[in-house]
Design a protein around this ligand. Structure first.
Ligand code: HXC
Length: 260
């Protein structure tokens, strides 16, 4: 196929949920450079596909991803990292405008946890394990592990996770708000696809604005975020889908969104 390290398909009754499955089983989906290029290419393709309303990113039952590929980076040095902007392209996935749901079974460690946190929503299987074990191999998280995690779980927990390298369970991740739902491992992808279908039932245009607005809370000050939210809210009134949504409510019928 087109990709070496991932599988790509569309799921859901209306085939409107893109599913990307990390598929490098021999190394527990270690995120080598080629794999991340595959992931970002597949995400961009789904983002551009008008039939897709949401994207699910998942791994295997044993591992979502056990981190950046340690074997690939073990002989790197500082100057080549700077020259090549090592791993910088990972965060391209944060420019995807459709919602991305991480469906995490098994290990989400190091870069695996960081990639999950770059997604918009995380669902976990009941045996999932999250952690930032970089400290144990003489480095630190490099793709948001000290930043996104701290914003989500607060300083004390993030410090504990990053400084010990200890893993946390799916249940603890739920308690901390790192994941929004824990489901039996064998139902995980199904549940994530259902979530994707629900999101896809809304106006894609408005979903894009809504994702952008929630992200403002994450990336800006409260004042800036509130101002941006208000503008985006105002802007929805320039769309056909806003008109249709409210008209359909008043007429007691389901809306027919046109993405306009
Ligand atoms: C390369 C990896 C790997 C990784 C596992 N493997 N994780 N290869 N990079 N991150 C390989 C192993 O070498 C082994 O290959 C095979 O996958 C199976 O792994 P085992 O260790 O034998 O499995 P198990 O005993 O079940 O232990 C599972 C595990 C352990 C607890 C997840 O594999 C582990 O600790 N992995 C490393 C976790 C880690 O430190 N991640 C952070 C990486 S640093 P062989 O060939 O021996 O069979 C990072 C930086 C992010 O992510 C920065 C981003 C910018």
């Amino acid at each position: 196929g087109k990709y070496e390290h991932i599988l790509v398909e569309k799921k859901g009754e209306k085939q409107n949920v893109g599913v990307i499955t990390l598929n490098r089983p021999k190394s527990l989906n270690a995120l080598c450079n080629a794999l991340m290029l595959d992931v970002n290419a597949a995400l961009a393709a789904f983002d551009a596909d008008a039939s897709v309303g949401a994207i699910v990113l998942t791994g295997s039952e044993k591992a979502f991803a056990a981190g950046a590929d340690i074997k690939e980076m073990q002989n790197n040095d500082f100057s080549s990292n700077v020259r090549n902007n090592f791993l910088c392209h990972w965060s391209n996935m944060t420019n995807i405008r459709k919602p991305i749901i991480a469906a995490v079974n098994g290990y989400a460690l190091g870069g695996g946890c960081e990639v999950a946190m770059m997604c918009d929503i995380i669902y976990a299987g009941d045996k999932a394990k999250f952690g930032q074990p970089e400290i144990a191999i003489g480095t630190i998280p490099g793709a948001g592990g000290t930043q996104r995690l701290t914003r989500v779980v607060g300083k004390s927990k993030a410090m504990e996770i990053c400084l010990t390298g200890n893993m946390i369970s799916a249940q603890e991740a739920l308690q901390l708000g790192l994941v929004s739902k824990v489901v039996p491992a064998d139902k995980l992808v199904e549940e994530a696809v259902k979530l994707g279908e629900k999101i896809s039932s809304h106006s894609p245009l408005i979903v894009t604005l809504c994702k952008e607005s929630v992200n403002a809370a994450y990336e800006t000050t409260l004042e800036q975020g509130l101002r941006q939210e208000k503008r985006l809210f105002h802007a929805t009134f320039a769309t056909d889908d806003r008109k249709e949504g409210m008209t359909a409510f008043v007429e007691k019928r389901p809306p027919k969104f046109t993405n306009n």
